[in-house]
Design a protein around this ligand. Structure first.
Ligand code: ATR
Length: 269
């Protein structure tokens, strides 16, 4: 019997997850299917329940349902708790387990794929929404020297600093950023509309590494700005593949090889 998985979102037609998981499954010889499932904006829980009732084994959850998935899970992993959001559900004999692999995906892509060590580095994290919150704990686990959270709405960055209460964390207004960081991560949604953050150029030095959590066929506006200041850059396609691999591992207990999947997605974009 083929085990069934889905990615649930709204919209969902654009999702690359089915293609990623199909490649993981064929690589590792896992008998499973993975499809897109569109949930009505007011019908996430019912959609999940029907999928469980029909024998579904697990799901990825994407916008705008990660908070509803968090609320729906009967049991949450520590990393889902820290993220305040769930991107992976496991259906296990009536129980719904919630996990979050987004932050691990970012850390793996930066460290294993881009070769950027986080330990002892000064990190600037831009944005204070769900995407930012999801990566704070996994970044802290790599022992950076500091993580400065900066956001258009400063109070939201300050709230995150209070919530995580870790000595390496601090908040700073965008226009008060006055020095270069080793690593600058864009976790805002500003780039989705092609907008550039009001970010001082001096946050990038020649040795800085700039990571945009969104991805596109061309370098994003954020990446182009960072490149002009001499920084090296990477977009979030690798994070997408790595978070998928971590979900796949949770469901199947097998670690897929992410490099060929990344290469094939990059070739298409
Ligand atoms: P996500 O789940 O993608 O993090 P979100 O929770 O809505 O989405 O958060 C969006 C983030 O992008 C916020 O940090 C937001 O800043 P505010 O808290 O000030 O709203 C940031 N953002 C979105 N558009 C922006 C823009 N044009 N300039 C600067 N920051 C922007």
């Amino acid at each position: 019997m083929t085990d069934r998985y889905v990615v649930i979102g709204n919209p969902i037609a654009h999702s690359k997850s089915p293609q990623i998981h199909a490649q993981f499954a064929s690589q590792t010889g896992q008998a499973m299917s993975y499809e897109r499932l569109l949930a009505p904006l007011d019908g996430f829980v019912g959609t999940v329940q029907r999928f469980i009732d029909s024998g579904g084994r697990g799901a990825n959850v994407t916008l705008p349902f990660k908070l509803e998935a968090f609320a729906l899970a009967n049991q949450l992993s520590p990393r889902a708790q820290a993220a305040g959001a769930v991107n992976t559900l496991i259906f296990d004999g009536g129980r719904i387990l919630g996990d979050n692999t987004d932050g691990l995906g970012l850390v793996r892509d930066m460290q294993a794929n881009a070769g950027i060590a986080i330990a002892n580095q000064r990190v600037l994290l831009l944005g204070a929404g769900g995407a930012s919150q999801g990566v704070i704990q996994p970044l802290l686990e790599q022992s950076p020297r500091s993580i400065t959270i900066s956001n258009r709405t400063l109070s939201k960055a300050q709230d995150l600093v209070k919530q995580f209460a870790h000595p390496a964390l601090q908040a700073c207004a965008l226009d008060a950023l006055g020095e270069a960081y080793d690593i600058v991560i864009n976790a805002t949604s500003a780039g989705l509309s092609g907008e550039l953050l009001p970010l001082p150029a001096k946050v990038f030095g020649v040795g800085s590494f700039a990571y945009d959590m969104i991805y596109a066929a061309q370098p994003t506006t954020f990446m182009q700005f960072a490149q002009r200041q001499g920084a090296s850059t990477r977009d979030g396609l690798g994070m997408l593949v790595e978070q998928a691999a971590a979900s796949f591992y949770l469901w199947r207990g097998v670690q897929p090889d992410t490099a060929p999947v990344y290469d094939s997605l990059r070739a298409q974009s």
